[in-house]
Write a protein that binds this ligand. Structure first.
Ligand code: HEC
Length: 155
C-alpha cells in the first residue's frame, strides 16, 4: 500500500495526528462546562461555596452522619467492648462457676462485697478467673469499666 516516500510521510503524520485529535476532543468534552477563569462567575465565592455545600452534603445528611457517629461513640464504651471481647466468654453462660451476667441471685452476695473488692478480684484474679479476666493488656480503668458494665445489667 505504501509505495512512495511521500505516502510514508503522510501515513506517519496521520498516525500521530488522528489519536492526538481524539485525545484533544475528549479533553475538551470533559472540561467543557468547567470555567476556571478566576474572573468568571463560576469562580465567585458564592458559586464556590455552593459547590462545597454539595460536596459536604446538605444539612439533613450531616445530621444523619452526626447521629451515626454519636451511636458509634455509645457502642465504643470501653467497659462494654472489653466485656464483649473477653469477659462474656465465661460470664455470659456462667462457665467454670463464673457468676452469670444479669443473674441477680448469683450476684447478690458478691455485690455486698462492694465494687472495690470486685474490681480487685478481677485485677488480681480469683480462683478460676485469671488476673484481669485474661485481658492482660487492659488497664485498671478498663477492668473497672467492664465490671461496671456487668453490674449495670443487674438493674
Ligand atoms: C476464664 C473465665 C473468666 C473470664 C474470661 C472472666 N471471668 Fe470473671 N469470674 C470467673 C469466675 C470463675 C469467677 C468466680 C470466682 C470465684 O468467686 O470463685 C469470676 C468472678 C468475677 C467477678 C466477681 C468477683 C468476686 O469477688 O466475687 C467479677 C466482678 C468478674 N468475674 C468480672 C469479670 C470481668 C470484668 C471480666 C473481663 C475483664 C471477667 N470477669 C472475665 C471467670 C472468668
Amino acid at each position: 500500500m505504501i509505495s512512495t516516500p511521500k505516502q510514508l510521510v503522510i501515513v506517519v503524520l496521520l498516525a500521530f495526528a488522528v489519536p492526538l485529535t481524539v485525545i484533544l476532543l475528549v479533553v475538551q468534552f470533559i472540561t467543557s462546562g468547567i470555567n476556571a477563569d478566576p474572573n468568571s462567575s463560576a469562580m465567585s465565592d458564592a458559586a464556590i461555596a455552593e459547590r462545597m455545600q454539595v460536596l459536604n452534603g446538605n444539612a439533613s445528611t450531616q445530621s444523619v452522619n452526626k447521629a451515626a457517629s454519636d451511636s458509634a461513640i455509645a457502642v465504643a464504651d470501653p467497659g462494654e467492648s472489653l466485656y464483649n471481647t473477653v469477659c462474656q466468654a465465661c460470664h455470659a453462660a456462667g462457665i467454670a462457676g463464673a457468676p452469670k451476667t444479669g443473674d441477680q441471685t448469683v450476684w447478690g452476695a458478691r455485690l455486698e462485697l462492694g465494687n472495690d473488692v470486685l474490681y480487685q478480684s478481677v485485677i488480681k484474679g480469683k480462683n478460676l478467673m485469671p488476673a484481669r479476666g485474661g485481658a492482660t493488656n487492659a488497664s485498671d480503668d478498663d477492668i473497672k469499666a467492664a465490671v461496671d458494665f456487668m453490674l449495670s445489667t443487674l438493674q
